[in-house]
Design a binder for this molecule. Sequence first.
Ligand code: C2O
Ligand code: CU
Ligand code: CU
Length: 498
Amino acid sequence: MTRRQALLLAGAGVVGAGVGVTGLLRRWGSPPGGPLSSLSSEPGPTGSALREPESIASEGGSLHVTLTAAAGRVDLAGRSVRALSYNGSVPGPTLRLRPGDRVTLDLENRLGAATNLHVHGLHVSPEGNSDNVFVHVEEGEAFRYEYEIPRDHPAGTFWYHPHLHGLVADQLFGGMVGAIVIERDDAVSLPVDRERMLVVTDVTLDGDRVAQVSTRDRMMGREGDLVLVNGQLKPTVTVAPGGREHWRLINACTSRFLRLRTDGAEFLQIAGDAGLLAEPTPVERVLLAPGNRTELLVRVPEPGRHRLLAEPVDRGIAGMGGMGGMMRGRAAGGEATVTLLHVEATGQAVQPVELPPRLADLDDLRGLDLDRERRLTMAMAMGMGMGRGVGLTIDGREFDAARVDTTVRLGTVEEWTIINDSPMDHPFHLHVWPMQVLARDGRPVNGSPQWLDVVNVAARTSVTVRVRLNDFPGRTVYHCHILDHEDLGMMGVVEATG
Ligand code: C2O
Ligand code: CU
Ligand code: CU
């Protein structure tokens, strides 16, 4: 048995036996959903007011926080469910940080399996006890992470989740996720009524526990039956008609893509993965691959009831029928439009204040001299991956933590063409350095620079990005952010040398 298979088995234990013991120990407490709701197989009532995760903010340049990763009962979709969480809630607390901060984060592991932590999108060191995804924190142990947020770090919406190869999808699906916000004093100020954090996850429940998934679900990238916002099923937000709210949205689903739209509100997009856009941009729809974030100014002009919806996204599942016949069945890729939120505009109408026409001056790598060009190919290869039939690879290889796949030099600008030679979409994610999208399938991206840290490479297409390797020596990873694919091997190691 390979180490990864052992980890996969251990992963099954996380939502099986591991939770069972803790669940039993906690059974005699009072579960938030009450005994009736935990017996019912129907999800809890919808339409309750949206809650937001607790915020923990740095003060005077530092933050010391403990995150306890544990298996136990949490309130999920309006019921008491045996799941995994940070500090007992799904999502875990929102960390609010500022450039120049020193963050000390103690991760305590009471999951019944190993884990670790990744701060997705933060431009921080990947070495030592900073954002090092090679760290293992065993059950019963604690690990002290220390992050130094650079003074020039952009403001934006980021997030944290486990990153222990082989267990990432199960642990995220189990409930382990939280948001990170970086605020800058010198950022443009936005005249809004209020700000909201909306962490979108999906989950399938089996009785009062998180369901296990099949090998086929892993190959496809699992999609949960329930799509939740801040752990709630179709909660309601109440807004002032005519006013403007600032919503931060994180696609923290394990594998599900979200194409956001609304049936009556207006969206102005102001930020993406890497912080502010150049200017507020009216949008009807926003596509978030797993891992992507967006920030929207939302306005409902008239009193009334509306919804925030996620439309189905074809991520190339149909073409998978041909791959050994094992890919058929309840297609991931979502068949129906899902309601994420009810939006109720009631009360006193508000006149919105004028918005600043420009939000930020963005770095633009187009037209710069390149130090190096590379090609990376994501593929699904038959006859690889023991017992699975299909291997998920980058450049023909499955992940090996002991191998460096790509070596880059600090102080350079590189151009990477990421080729998807498979019948499914693969959202490509690079740690530490954001990517500027230059071209999609050979068609150049014009207009304002597009900066992302997860860029979807649609089935049988390519995407060209540029990366400014300005800082941080050490080893880190790039991978498919369909986290089932990452766990199955679609990840590579990149080492930056000085
Ligand atoms: Cu959001 Cu390598 O992860
Ligand atoms: Cu990441
Ligand atoms: Cu993938």
